[in-house]
Design a protein around this ligand. Structure first.
Ligand SMILES: [Zn+2]
Length: 65
């Protein structure tokens, strides 16, 4: 499933969901990054967010040790 990376605007065959974008008129939209941008930005994949996450961007260093 190819998605366009939010950061570099290039299509990626390995999109990683990193956040839910809340738009007033619609339901949340998933924000995808390519693996390189995800790594460079240090974002936590959405599926690793703690339960109850509101979908905002999280950084790996915020993970509890
Ligand atoms: Zn990218």
């Amino acid at each position: 499933m190819t998605k366009v990376c939010r950061e570099c605007d290039e299509p990626t065959a390995e999109p990683i969901a990193v956040a839910l974008e809340h738009v007033a008129s619609t339901a949340g939209r998933v924000v995808y990054l390519c693996p390189v941008c995800r790594f460079v930005l240090g974002l936590l994949p959405l599926d690793q967010h703690p339960k109850g996450s509101d979908g905002r961007v999280r950084y790996e260093e915020e993970m509890p040790a």
